[in-house]
Design a protein around this ligand. Structure first.
Ligand code: BTN
Length: 252
């Protein structure tokens, strides 16, 4: 098992039984926060996902975690950050006895072809040259079976991987430590140190996929990411590169 090394003392962790959004809680306070400061909640009434979608967050069913980070190099340097975050969260889960978790470009954790967790990185007005980042993770532990929980796709849960769920405090603590270490690495050397690990965890590697961009659908074979975090797609016209934004990826 990888040796854990906490390079700096953990910053404060704000915990709530119920909150609007853990990301929003931190975004509202960026001027008062220190890097690594976190917000945890048992449920969210206005949880949000990528591309303006709501994030369904029933009480006690998920790890709902946000971490603040001030990136001294500024906004441009944050490109590809969510990919590094994905690697960090998978590594945290592996270290706790949850093997087989994969990554789906750009920001999802997958288990056996189903979404296990989502990542949402948000930025707020830059303070001088630096920029304020909030990294949000929503990870399914054991979702309720009841009606009224409307999620638009099949999902996976940690209890599917290992029915003996680890203590949630341990899960939260381990994820925060891995995230903090990943951010320190990312700050020093950018995405480069995460690319090989990301490609190893790629759910779609070598598989036919459809890339949806607005009305456009592009077909090809997924060939991992490059050093910028761009998706490499092998199409009939050769390799094409796609960088985040309003793009989603489906099985071909
Ligand atoms: C996605 O897959 O669309 C990203 C989902 C991110 C959800 C998490 S839950 C904790 C944090 N607070 C939010 O409002 N969103 C993120």
């Amino acid at each position: 098992q990888q040796q854990l090394q906490v390079l700096a003392p953990m910053a404060p962790v704000h915990c709530f039984p119920i909150i609007g959004s853990t990301n929003q809680f931190l975004l509202d306070r960026v001027s008062t926060l220190t890097s690594g400061e976190c917000c945890l909640a048992e449920s969210q009434t206005a949880g949000r996902g990528r591309r303006g979608k709501p994030w369904v967050s029933p009480f006690g069913c998920q790890l709902l975690l946000s971490m603040y980070w001030r990136l001294e190099q500024g906004m441009a340097a944050a490109m590809g950050l969510s990919l590094a975050v994905g690697v960090a969260v998978v590594q945290a889960l592996t270290s706790l006895g949850y093997p087989g978790v994969e990554l789906k470009w750009p920001n999802d954790l997958y288990y056996q072809g189903r979404k296990l967790a989502g990542i949402l990185v948000e930025m707020s007005g830059s303070a001088g040259a630096s920029c304020n980042l909030v990294i949000g993770v929503g990870l399914n532990l054991a979702m309720p079976q009841q009606e009224g929980v409307r999620i638009d796709q099949a999902w996976a849960e940690l209890r599917h991987i290992n029915p003996e769920l680890v203590d949630r405090n341990q899960l939260a603590a381990r994820t925060m430590i891995y995230l903090q270490q990943a951010m320190q690495t990312f700050e020093q050397s950018g995405l480069t140190s995460f690319v090989a690990a990301w490609n190893q965890l790629d759910h779609f590697a070598g598989r036919p996929v459809r890339l949806l961009m607005g009305d456009q659908e592009i077909r090809g074979v997924a060939r991992g990411i490059d050093d910028r975090g761009a998706l490499r797609l092998e199409t009939d016209e050769g390799i094409k590169y796609y960088l985040g934004g309003e793009i989603s990826l489906r099985r071909g």
